[in-house]
Design a protein around this ligand. Structure first.
Ligand code: ADP
Length: 608
């Protein structure tokens, strides 16, 4: 009993998604909903009207055979014409309806895309590091795009079929109240099968998300350019193919098992309905033979009951599918309901146009989602305004994490980060980010034109060609672009036709130009020259320092030649600052920095 009540509770809670689903459909295009509603009602009444006309027609034909006269013949003709007109009308309205459904589906898909895209742009970066939430997004994207459209089609179909069923029920009432009741009972097992199978299918879909994502990942490894070189060199294509095949096989078997069970249940439900229909039919034939009804009545009954049963099955099937779509909609809604934690305050303080004092990290403790170890603990650091600060240290020391915290991609667990004494959490997020430009360690390769690649740094002035060229010059990207026949119009990357692939160092310079185009007072560079050779680096550095004179710059670097140019150098190790000073001071100290500097210089000397 408690099992049943928990099932019913679950069904009800799932159906509670329906009002939100309906409002989604309504908001996506009101005019289509109204059009659909009108058509469904009209199309709903027509089948019953046609069946009634059939009865009148059959009775009238039999009457004409019995007593042929002009009046009878005219009646038969008019009934035939009315039947033809209504049938044609039903077909025409069906065509219009499917057009409306197509338009509505497209509208709805775009609307759901818009909601997902808007949400994705706002979600915390931490979101992308949590597989369980990622599974959610996967389901929302894979299923929810089509589900609302299906929901809308089903609601329409349910409405139309209810109107038809009620009118059929009224037609059948002339044989007694019990007939519509038998009709209803005969289709109940179908409802059970649909709801049961749908719940199982959805549970399976949830369970298989991880596997499915894994198989997509292998598919991607096998088919995209990024991994093509390694796949060939290491000969690991067949290895990933086997992994892909194993997952697909597992999923296929599970799906077939589910399908088999569902078909078996459906067969049972159909058999039940058939037996009842047969019983009722025997009854009506015997009534007609006894002379208690006309042949027209028999035709009416046969059509109404037969069609009614089919309709009832479709109707219940739609209810089941409605339930199924509500289940899948819950994935979409759960995703849309994810609340980002890193948000602007209700009443943000005013953001300065530039820094006067500097950026301070005070007693900052931070760890990434799901990891127990703190990357930073009680961490203090000061970056003076309008100076160039270098942060050096081994991999995993926490240098990139500093940049992510200054951009407020994450909030610290404890402590605070302040711009000129104001906590970042008190500033508007977009204004804060407007102050900053970043060149990330692995800059993104936009498959757009070279000019657009740079202009994306500040989308508010996309056609500032002079600004784009200046940024390219400052980043040392101008020489690369000059070699393209199409110049700034050259499409980059290999994704689209006429695209041109660049080397890692060349992409880095384009990204640097993008960062410079932003013209913001704070510049954060994470290994800006890692893909450049030392000569290219020296050349770039000269230009950069000239340009960055009045800016606050943080450079994370492995290259001591880069770090040595900074006003202040922090040496970081294992989440802590272990040395601080200018290049000369650190050399004098003769600590870690000095020994690493000597090591690197010796290596360069050797290479030359
Ligand atoms: P660095 O830039 O000095 O090489 P990072 O700041 O990238 O170091 O990383 C510091 C530590 O945080 C490392 O131990 C790394 O494994 C961990 N880490 C970095 N990014 C993430 C992340 N997105 N999720 C979980 N751990 C991370």
């Amino acid at each position: 009993m408690s099992f049943l009540s928990s099932k019913i509770k679950r069904i009800l809670s799932t159906l509670s998604n329906l009002p939100r689903g309906i409002s989604l459909i309504w908001n996506a295009g009101k005019i289509w909903v109204i059009g659909q509603f009108f058509l469904m009602v009209v199309r709903g009444v027509l089948p019953a009207a046609l069946i009634y006309l059939t009865k009148l027609f059959v009775d009238s034909v039999i009457e004409t055979i019995r007593t042929p006269n002009q009046e009878q013949i005219t009646e038969v003709i008019w009934l035939g014409i009315s039947f033809a007109v209504l049938t044609i009308l039903y077909e025409i309205l069906g065509g219009v309806n499917s057009l409306i459904l197509t338009a509505q589906k497209e509208n709805l898909t775009d609307h759901v895309f818009e909601l997902i895209h808007k949400k994705a742009a706002k979600t915390d970066l931490a979101f992308y590091e949590q597989p369980e939430v990622f599974n959610h997004l996967h389901r929302a994207r894979a299923q929810a795009r089509s589900r609302p459209a299906e929901l809308s089609a089903q609601l329409g179909s349910i409405l139309q079929n209810s109107v038809t069923l009620i009118s059929m029920g009224i037609v059948l009432l002339r044989f007694g109240l019990w007939l519509p009741v038998v009709l209803f009972i005969s289709t109940l097992p179908t409802l059970f099968v649909v709801v049961y199978s749908t719940s199982r299918l959805h549970a399976w879909q949830r369970k298989k998300t991880q596997d499915e994502r894994e198989s997509w990942y292998y598919d991607q490894l096998l088919t995209t350019g990024d991994s093509a070189a390694e796949i060939r060199l290491f000969g690991i294509g067949p290895y990933f193919r086997r992994k892909f095949v194993a997952i697909r096989k597992k999923l296929r078997i599970q799906q077939l098992r589910l399908g088999f069970r569902q078909r078996l249940l459906e067969f049972g439900a159909s058999l039940f309905a058939l037996v009842l229909a047969g019983g009722v039919f025997v009854w009506i034939v015997s009534q007609t033979i006894k002379g208690l009804g006309t042949v027209g009545d028999l035709a009416l009954f046969y059509q109404a009951f037969n069609q009614g049963q089919g309709l009832m099955r479709t109707f219940l099937g739609d209810i089941g599918r409605l339930y199924s779509n509500s289940l899948f909609l819950s994935d979409l809604f759960e995703y849309l309901d994810l609340e980002p934690k890193v948000v602007s305050p209700k009443r943000p303080l005013s953001t300065p146009n530039d820094l006067e004092q500097g950026i301070a990290l005070e007693k900052v403790t931070f760890n990434y989602h799901g990891s127990k170890e703190d990357v930073l603990k009680d961490f203090d650091l000061f970056i003076p305004a309008k100076k160039t600060v270098a942060v050096v240290g081994p991999n995993g020391a926490g240098k990139s994490t500093l940049i992510k915290l200054i951009c407020r991609f994450y909030d610290p667990e404890a402590g605070s980060i302040k711009f000129d004494g104001t906590d970042l959490r008190d500033l508007s997020l977009s204004e804060l980010r407007g102050l900053i430009t970043v060149l990330f360690q692995a800059p993104f390769k936009y498959n757009t034109s070279a000019g657009e690649n740079i202009a994306l740094g500040d989308i508010s002035r996309p056609s500032d060609q002079k600004g784009i060229e200046t940024a390219a010059y400052e980043a040392g990207a101008d020489e690369i672009i000059a070699e393209f026949g199409a110049g700034y119009e050259q499409m980059l990357g290999k994704r689209f036709s006429d695209g041109r692939e660049l080397s890692g160092g060349e992409w880095q310079r384009i990204a640097l130009a993008r960062a410079f185009f932003r013209q913001s007072p704070i510049i954060l560079l994470d290994e800006p020259t890692s893909s450049m050779d030392p000569w290219a680096e020296a050349d770039w550095l000269k230009k950069f320092l000239k340009m960055a004179k009045d800016k606050t710059v943080v450079v994370i670097t492995h290259r001591f030649t880069t770090a040595s140019q900074a006003d202040l150098i922090y040496v970081m190790e294992d989440g802590k600052i272990v040395e601080t000073g200018s290049h000369n001071e650190l050399l004098e100290n003769d600590g870690r920095y000095a020994s690493s500097w000597r090591e690197q210089m010796a290596k360069y000397a050797l290479n030359e």
